[in-house]
Design a protein around this ligand. Structure first.
Ligand code: PEP
Length: 253
């Protein structure tokens, strides 16, 4: 990981009721330690953010939203602004998750506008990229990743990459129990780091954390983190229960 602090992020998606959400935050907070050797964050449903961030307060646990709108305010029914997220205690946000891209048909160019807005509003973005199965089978993985990186990082300065995280999430591995092989993950992560090197320079490439996402579980976290260029994990299903999430955040370095 070359000095990049490992980052484990839990994405709750549209799961958990309020009382289970608060219990889980209390449990994670109690197991976190000082946060010096790893960064842990939970991306909670927006309606719970005020409550979960109040519980997390005083600990190094990061609290983020799963989505927001890139405009500051206006006639955008059902949307949430960056400033609103900050006001309820979120310090970070997911951008371009595959469920946003594919179920809700979010255009690729929105991710760039969202990354810019997040940085301007002091939210730490995780930009999610990843290919669908048919794109991998057609040997189009790199082309697709390039397109998503070009759009997502189109308006970012090299020094801002300190605040940006990339999550490589092959769509075929999300929620399916199927995990990318070390070779597949290694190749994709190396490609992403090379893209950053070419577009934003060697320093940005060196400091940017690239997370793997897609059926991460307690029994595969160690192997995934051992892959070169994998700096952490974005965890969906396994972040919903202490039994599966605590062993992931307590992985041995
Ligand atoms: C995700 O939600 O980003 C994800 C990777 O989900 P899962 O861990 O359930 O595959």
């Amino acid at each position: 990981m070359d000095g990049r602090k490992p980052y484990i992020a839990g994405n709750w998606k549209m799961n958990l009721d309020r009382s289970h959400a608060l219990d889980l935050i209390k449990t994670i907070k109690g197991r976190l330690g000082d946060g010096n050797d790893r960064e842990v964050a939970i991306f909670a449903p927006s309606v719970y953010l005020a409550d979960v961030s109040a519980v997390a307060q005083g600990s190094p646990l990061g609290i983020g939203a799963q989505n927001f709108h890139f405009e500051s305010e206006g006639a955008y029914t059902g949307e949430t602004s960056a400033n609103m997220l900050r006001e309820v205690g979120a310090d970070r946000v997911l951008i371009g998750h595959s469920e946003r891209r594919h179920i809700f048909r979010e255009p690729n160019d929105w991710s760039g506008r969202k990354v810019r807005k997040a940085l301007d509003e002091a939210l730490l973005p995780i930009l999610c990229v990843g290919e669908k199965l048919e794109e991998r089978q057609a040997n189009r993985t790199e082309r697709l990743l390039r397109r998503q990186l070009d759009a997502g990082l189109c308006d970012v300065q090299p020094e801002e990459m300190r605040r940006v995280t990339i999550a490589y999430e092959p769509v075929w591995a999300i929620g399916t129990g199927e995990v990318a092989t070390p070779e597949q993950a290694g190749e994709a992560h190396a490609f992403i780091r090379k893209w950053i090197h070419n577009k934003l320079g060697p320093e940005a490439a060196e400091l940017t954390r690239i997370l793997y996402g897609g059926s991460v579980k307690p029994d595969n976290i160690r192997g995934l983190l051992a892959i070169e260029d994998v700096d952490g994990a974005l965890v969906g299903g396994a972040s919903l229960k202490p039994d599966s999430f605590i062993p992931i955040i307590e992985f041995d370095q």
